[in-house]
Unconditional design. Structure first.
Length: 527
RNA sequence: GGGUCUAUAGCGCAGCCAGGUAGCGCACAGGACUCUUAAUCCUGCUGUCGAGGGUUCGAAUCCCUCUAGACCCGCCA
């Protein structure tokens, strides 16, 4: 690859942006604002995959701007989506609100105006924490303000044609029978119980009947209300198979990524946009779902949901951005145990960016530097910062649980890893410390000790009580010998008590680090 | 029925999406830190890149076929 072939910063994001621009040019559309969109779910706890959709869309926005175009990210919360299932760990009191749009359900935690806003806020908070900027829009406002009205009208008028096409494209036949529009019942506020029976085009009204319906395998009772919904202002929503298209056209969206689970919906929506609404569909990129470590889809009901907030307890914002920007293709099993590698990988990228690590392959160098810039949202630091291996911090954190930041810092200085400890390193020690506490919990080992061994431990405790103990290593060795125990076995016992393992660091200096009294206290528990 | 992903060292994985010397972690072997073990550091070993074909000066990487596994859609949004 030669120099002039490199687009933008040389990453997949730049390539995507470039494809997008080429496509827009060949469509002959105006290029003064290339708007990108990310859809946010508002019905369940937003996991890191939902965050990824928005983070990557923002990356595309940055790439477009970098190539000289104006761009904007719309974060659209689908808060007219009906609640179908109570997410794991949420109050059962939500039961009465099943099938209602999430923005019409009170927030069970009382901190937001609705259940939907509570969920959306978790995601928006995640975006804020990693530095993503966006323009927030909500389904409920979009429908109330009639922003989609013309497109809804067109879609409903051509519902027969659309129903047939859906059947042809994805094999789903229900829209040959029903209108792709779900009114919210004016009487009971429920969404899926209200069946749209007829569209009165000249009045822009959908007639509906609220009757019993099934969601999943759950029966939901309708209230029997017969009503009319004005598509220009009443609440209701288009079915997903056509809603994206209406929104894309109304918002003039030129790019939206999607997960493979909604591939079929996107296929239909593309057709609806192109053929029914006469709005060339946005450019897309498909991504795989994040899976948990067992290869299962992250699902709220399994309780394996991984949020940005959870990640940020242990990892830096940049580690999330790196995860999401390093690539988009491929299935990925993801867990919190990926954090250490990502934190370290970021440091490596920084070293490459500032020339501290040499990379021979020119293309790879450009790509790595570009990735570094995206992880910094195209605003990279001017200077390299100090790096400490995250795993080292975890190991040190396991040893020092009290006054952790201070004592780990001191150790880093002793090791010569750092010249001085700055606040970002202290912050990282905090994160690594939480990681150590959470995932390397040392359980108390049940040890069957002989009286000979107990005597030896008692002797050692006495020695450790002395202030002027000089050579702990040798003291232990002597203690074992005096008690007629193989030193090897004695060391093993000590490792088990202190570290929970059968081996470990050289124990003399190690005890010094932890503190003689601290160790003595622990040993007493076994005598 | 439709679609997607995955397969690389003993194990776990990166590299593939913009082709250019096969990499990382763990494990293993040796060494440093005065006896005694290595959290830490250094050195070393480990390969039919699932199989077959194609494109290319050059393929783990791009294309096609096949095999095995996983997942998604065909309720709903």
């Amino acid at each position: 690859m030669s120099e002039q072939d490199i687009i933008g910063k040389g990453t997949w994001i730049d390539k995507l942006a470039s494809e997008l621009i080429d496509r827009e040019k060949s469509l002959g559309r105006k290029l003064d604002l290339l708007r990108v969109e990310s859809g946010l779910g508002a019905s369940g706890i937003p996991h890191i995959g939902s965050l990824g959709d928005a983070v990557r869309a923002y990356g595309v926005k940055l790439a477009l701007e970098n190539l000289g175009y104006k761009s904007e990210l719309i974060a659209y919360s689908d808060d007219l989506d009906g609640l179908r299932k109570i997410p794991e760990g949420m109050p059962q009191s939500l039961e009465e609100h099943i099938a209602k749009p999430v923005s019409l359900i009170p927030d069970p935690y009382g901190c937001h105006e609705s259940y939907g806003m509570h969920m959306s806020s978790i995601l928006l908070d995640g975006l804020d924490k990693v530095g993503i900027k966006y323009e927030f829009r909500r389904a409920i406002d979009t429908y109330k303000n009639g922003i989609l009205k013309d497109n809804i009208h067109t879609i409903l008028q051509k519902s027969t044609e659309i129903g047939d096409k859906i059947s042809e494209l994805v094999g789903q036949e229900k829209y040959q029978k029903y209108l792709p529009y779900f009114p919210v019942c004016a009487n009971c506020n429920r969404l899926y119980t209200a069946e749209a029976t007829e569209y009165v085009a000249n009045e822009k009204i959908v007639k509906y009947t609220c009757h019993d319906a099934e969601i999943g395998n759950k029966k939901i009772s309708g209230c029997g209300h017969n009503g009319e919904a004005d598509i220009t202002k009443d609440l209701g929503k288009l079915a997903w198979k056509v809603e994206f298209a209406a929104r894309w056209a109304a918002f003039d969206i030129r790019f939206e990524a999607y997960g493979k689970d909604i591939m079929d919906s996107v296929k239909v929506n593309d057709w609806v946009a192109d053929e029914i609404l006469n709005f060339p569909h946005p450019h897309h990129v498909k991504y795989e779902m994040f899976l948990d470590k067992g290869g299962k889809k992250i699902s709220k009901s399994l309780g394996n949901v991984l949020t940005a907030q959870r990640w940020l307890e242990f990892g830096t914002p940049k580690s999330i951005l790196l995860l999401l920007y390093k690539r988009i293709t491929g299935a990925r099993e993801l867990g919190l145990d990926d954090i250490p590698d990502l934190v370290n990988e970021y440091n490596e990228l920084e070293d490459i960016y500032f020339g501290k690590i040499k990379v021979d392959n020119q293309a790879k160098l450009v790509k790595s530097k570009g990735l570094y810039e995206y992880v910094n949202l195209l605003n990279p630091p001017k200077q390299i910062s100090q790096h400490v291996n995250y795993r080292l911090l975890i190991e040190l954190s396991k040893i020092f649980r009290e006054n952790r930041i201070e004592r780990v810092s001191k150790k880093l200085l002793d090791y010569g890893v750092l010249k001085n400890v700055e606040s970002d390193i202290e912050n990282l020690i905090g994160l690594a410390g939480k990681f150590a506490d959470e995932f390397d919990e040392q359980e108390k080992i049940e040890l069957e000790l002989t009286s000979k061994e107990k005597n030896a431990i008692n002797a050692l405790i006495e020695e450790l009580g002395k202030d002027s103990l000089e050579d702990i290593q040798n003291t232990i060795y002597q203690t074992a010998k005096n008690s007629d125990i193989e030193p090897k076995d004695f060391f093993k016992i000590l490792y088990q008590i202190i570290l929970g393992t059968t081996r470990g660091p050289k124990i003399g200096p190690f005890i010094q680090d932890i503190g003689q009294k601290q160790v003595a206290k622990k040993l007493v528990e076994y005598t």
